[in-house]
Write a protein that binds this ligand. Sequence first.
Ligand code: GLA
Length: 732
Amino acid sequence: MAIGVGKGGRLFNLHTKDSTYQMYADEYGILLHTYYGRRIDEENLSDLIFHADVGFSGNPPEAVGDRTYSLDCLPQELPSDGVGDYRESCVALLHKDGSMAADYRFEGYELMDSSYKVAGMPSLYDNEEEKGETLVITMREKVSHVVVRLLYGVFEQENVITRSVQVENYGENEIVLSKCLSCCLDFQYGEYDLITFVGRHTLERSPERNRVGRTKLEIGSLRGTSSHQYNPAMILCAPEATEDFGDCYGLCLVYSSNFTACAQKDQRGQTRVLMGIQPNHFSFLLKKGEVFDAPQVILSYSDSGLAKLSHQYHKILREHMCRGKYQCAKRPVLLNNWEATYFDFNKEKLISLGEQAAELGIEMLVLDDGWFGKRDDDNSGLGDWFANEKKLGSSLKELGDRIHALGMKFGLWFEPEMISENSNLYRTHPDWAFMIPGREPNRARNQLVLDMSRDDVREYLLERMTDILEHAPIDYVKWDVNRSLCDIYSHKYAGNRNGEVYHRFILGVYDLLEHLLERFPDILLEGCSGGGGRFDAAMLYYSPQIWCSDNTDAVNRLYIQYGTSFFYPISSMGAHVSAVPNHQTARITSFRTRGHVALSGSFGYELDLNKITDEEREMVKEQIAEFHKYHSLIHEGTYYRITPPGGRFCAWEFVDEKKDHALQTLVMTSAEGNPLPVHTIVKGLSPDKDYHCSANNQIHSGRTWMGAGLTLSAIPGEYESVLIEWNAMGKK
Ligand code: GLA
């Protein structure tokens, strides 16, 4: 059993292969968090807690007379709110009488031999190789009729523990949930850094590392999506932690909407880390018998650095979050027409692109924005999901059939959650768009947002999408969302329930995605939000690949894909070769380098094949051959960050499970006169096997390669790249 229960049902040890998470319900029913770290034995560690009389930190009624017992100082799983723990709380309540106290005490527990599910939202699921175990701890609010169930999942072999929270009102009075975070992690001792992944549109997920102190470090989103600006995943680690060394704790939220995540030291130097739904613009009314489910947080611990932590996340997300036909299967190499044509296309142009693509070995043509309604630019048409046959010069069926006849698959772009004011849908249903009565709404990309919490809106979208997908041969859908939400007001939840709408919006999105996939299980879905604005674990449940960024510049992509790799599998990152000068940065890089960078993702092209040279056409063929050759190594292998971007060169590596093959990609990012040698390190080989290296034709043991590294015999020019292979002898 991965979950150990002792001390009369009050001591809980969650064991994974290499870690232990421990809790203890003390004599007053406070659920103490006593340990999370390297795997240990099942011994009660509540004696690690140092009790002291701390000025201005009071004592709960049970402890009267004992000034050393204070909620304000104890490490806890579910901190109380408004009753003496002055640190940030997790689950806050507004009672009928206007008071706001919440004081949770241990009541009991339950064990299950499978993973728990979170109602209406994605969560890690069991597969044939590994089933999770679940511990449910019930905490009762002292006075009101509210119970909070703390859900813990354990994936022992994956070194993963999950957390979620369920709040139930079983009393007669309505209660307002004014905050419901999914996870509190208290660390009594130690110094920590917090690594967050921050950015903006076209430059998503750059790691930012800060020391945790008494000044709160906090990230979050209020945009209704997980956002380009702050990704809902972060790492708490020892200040000395590197790729290969030190304690690291990952927290990854399975949620695609407003979130908060923070870390802060308290007055005694203890660190509290929290993650969950953003409390701003949130409140949820719970009537008698109603239950609120908070999204799952995936925790993972590594005792040996960031690389191991990433490996654990890649594996759990690929094997227990991504689903469907394309979860692990090879995805078709695609050509997307967006940067090739933008809105300016018709059947002839698309077929000509398809013919060129088929000849070169590309396997799918994706028709991006502009095929529906009246949409020749981004100012109109969203919501009118009817093919514009006049513009196309054919039906989607005819076009799809022509593409299929070329031996290719056919994909289509949608942006279901949005509506243009200049659309028939808006003219018919203006109340379907978010807008606060009496206020002029904010427009972004000149579009408004549909109220996805409404059943009628979702029914319309499902009907439209089903009709399109049923009547044309479509193998792939790119699901986009191209603005941040605001001006939230739902006619359905008018009055005091509008605080529920951001959350109900994303539940609506999940519901529509689920229905669509139920109906079309074989369709490959690619998530997108102006590139990577909704790149999160929850979306991976529906779309095993997500367009990583609208920025296709190979050098900017080094940063974006590097940052994305800390949590998300390589197979999940949509990456395309595009034209130069690059449309976002105007930078010129070689065709080879663009290919090498895009190969380390879900590979494709996004340029006008009619405009490339003969030499480049040959390179497309070579790149596709490389994609097929290295596909399983890149998508299923173990990934190592070798050097971060920003130095003289950037390199990363893949090693197969048996450690017979390794592939390193190295991109030079600067040039200099009288250059110094380029020396790179090698990781993940088997010390006792001998390997041949393609770069210098030398054979050494894995131990030697990993100890001494490799010096390139020639120095690549600026923005040039090389692929270097190590093959175990006899395994080539
Ligand atoms: C977003 C996407 C792009 C493209 C456009 C179409 O920006 O990220 O790839 O689909 O929308 O409008």
